[in-house]
Design a protein around this ligand. Structure first.
Ligand code: AMP
Ligand code: ZN
Length: 132
């Protein structure tokens, strides 16, 4: 059984700050920033490709609730919602989870997205491939 399934079953402890029938939300053990929380569906679904209703909706609804809870209790006003699906994307626990990552002016998070000039020929080709 995976580590998050064990947390869901209360076989290992967690700092759960919100839960309902479909999700459990607990503090990330490594706190990338203060208040860093994981939203986890209460079914072992591996990643975004496996996510299904009613868990899909429950995850985003819980993310909004947790974000507002962190705003109310910690004064958080900046947040990244982040999912890593697949090991190349940085997924280390193979049970879908959404990171609620509060952001502060002095934090050490750096997503470092490279900006390119738009290439409309490539965009056109890509769009046709995806939408056909
Ligand atoms: P990811 O790299 O997106 O798969 O994120 C996995 C996250 O799970 C990491 O941020 C870990 O710190 C966190 N994590 C692993 N084990 C636990 C645990 N027992 N309780 C809380 N968070 C955990
Ligand atoms: Zn699991």
């Amino acid at each position: 059984m995976c580590v998050f399934c064990k947390i869901i079953n209360n076989e290992i402890p967690s700092y759960t700050i919100y839960e309902d029938e479909y999700v459990k939300c607990f503090l990330d053990i490594s706190q990338a920033t203060k208040g860093h929380t994981l939203i986890v569906p209460k079914k072992h679904l591996q990643d975004v490709f496996a996510l299904e209703e009613p868990f899909t909706s429950a995850v985003l609804n819980a993310a909004v609730k947790v974000s507002n809870l962190l705003k109310e209790k910690l004064g958080v006003t900046n947040i990244n919602l982040l999912n890593n699906s697949g090991s190349l994307a940085g997924q280390t626990v193979m049970h879908f989870h959404l990171h609620v990552l509060p952001r502060y002016g002095n934090d050490e998070i750096d997503f470092h997205q490279v900006e390119h000039e738009p290439d409309f020929a490539k965009l056109d080709e890509l769009y046709k491939k995806i939408s056909s």
